[in-house]
Design a binder for this molecule. Structure first.
Ligand code: THG
Length: 367
């Protein structure tokens, strides 16, 4: 049997040994690292996230640190969202485009000081991109990947666990706000954030040599609330309508196509990368849109590893970009990236290896 495992080009996280001890059963490559994606019982992990509290190794969300007199200027040049009013101590969702207006990442930016930011990135090499843009624009910044590794604590009981570990002050943190903290001398940053709509925190570990220790502290404290290991849930995120950059997007996808238009500020300066292209695209009209899709046959559970073609009246109109069986909807749901001619309520077919699954387009989010 062939295997893919850790090597110097496919790094492991500081929590790696802890996740092995928890019984991780699958990894996915992400930002040249291994990201845990299953502990063998997706239904149980989903239930834990919905009703309890779940602990995730998301250290693949690497940080790109941008520091210096021109840091704020560079961060704004890198994002099509207006970031001029972001507060120190707060994060913000920050879609990034290339010069064609095509989405290349959707980080959360953390503003530490006027001249110091972290971009908490999805799966793409933004370190290289940020350095290239900074050099071309002759900006005075230092850009590096710091020793920072996020762990997410998600679910309705996450606040109790994080408060028990770090103190009740964390309960007062508002959405996307963050603060430094320490536990057993381990330096961290705690933010109310995370890739689910069930609430929770992300703990940014600032010393990679102490990952297993931090994991075990949270695991231990969380016992009272039945904490267990998990990972960003494909089921919950589809139900909640959260975009997966690189999963639901391709090399042509603009923010307008995938419901991120509300984060695009077209009157930003012309020198913001991609903004001129987005103005043109807005004027010309977009060609695709992201909708929800529900398979009519609730018992059908097609795999979601690839984009399945969608047809309407026998004509190709786009693709189903992800899918999962939803306990809340009691059916098979997913996202559809389809021509703008298609509408909510339309009957379509999903084509999968010779099967033709009747389906219906719907609004996002599902819940
Ligand atoms: N946490 C942190 N960094 C990350 C992610 C994360 N970097 C990579 C990846 N995930 C980026 N993707 C997202 C996608 C959605 C959200 C956060 C990161 C998110 N969206 C909310 C929503 O859509 O409702 C809020 C957006 C807003 O209105 O500001 O939270 O998970 N650290």
């Amino acid at each position: 049997m062939a295997e893919i495992g850790p090597n110097t080009r496919l790094r492991v996280s500081p929590y790696y040994e802890a996740t092995i001890a928890e019984g991780v059963t699958a990894f996915s490559p992400y930002n040249n690292m291994l990201m845990p994606v299953s502990y063998g019982d997706p239904d149980r992990e989903y239930t834990r996230l919905m009703n309890g509290v779940s602990q995730w190794d998301v250290s693949v969300e690497r940080q790109v640190e941008i520091k210096g007199p021109d840091a704020a200027q560079l961060v704004q040049l890198l994002s099509v969202r207006d970031l001029s009013k972001i507060d120190v101590g707060k994060g913000k969702y920050m879609p990034m485009c290339d010069h064609r207006g095509v989405l290349i990442n959707d980080p959360v930016v953390l503003k530490h000081e006027d001249g110091m930011f972290w971009l908490s990135i999805g799966d793409n090499n933004i370190l290289m991109w940020a350095r290239a843009i900074a050099a071309e624009r002759r900006l005075d910044v230092a850009i590096c990947e710091p020793d920072v590794s996020p762990m997410a604590v998600q679910g309705p009981k996450a606040e109790d666990v994080v408060a028990a570990a770090f103190g009740d002050w964390v309960r007062a943190l508002k959405y996307f706000w963050f603060a430094p903290a320490e536990i057993n001398g381990i330096p961290v940053i705690i933010q109310r954030s995370g890739y689910s709509k069930q609430g929770g925190f992300e703990i940014y570990l600032r010393d990679g040599s102490r990952g297993v220790e931090l994991w075990n502290i949270i695991k231990e404290v969380g016992q009272t609330w039945g904490i267990g290991p998990g990972n960003p849930s494909p089921i919950e995120r589809i139900e909640s309508g959260l975009l997966s950059f690189g999963g639901d997007t391709d090399d042509q996808t603009t923010p307008f196509e995938v419901r991120l238009g509300k984060y695009v500020d077209l009157d930003l300066d012309d020198d913001v990368v991609g903004i001129k292209a987005l103005r043109r695209i807005k004027t010309d009209g977009i060609k695709r849109q992201q909708l929800g899709i529900v398979l009519d046959d609730a018992d059908r559970r097609p795999g979601h590893a690839i984009w399945h073609a969608i047809q309407q009246n026998g004509q190709p109109i786009g693709h189903m970009t992800c899918g999962a069986w939803s306990p809340r909807a009691q059916s098979m749901i997913g996202f559809a990236l389809v021509n703008v001619g298609a509408a909510v309520g339309d009957k379509v077919d999903v084509i999968r290896g010779g099967f033709r699954d009747p389906a219906t387009l719907c609004q996002l989010p599902f819940f």
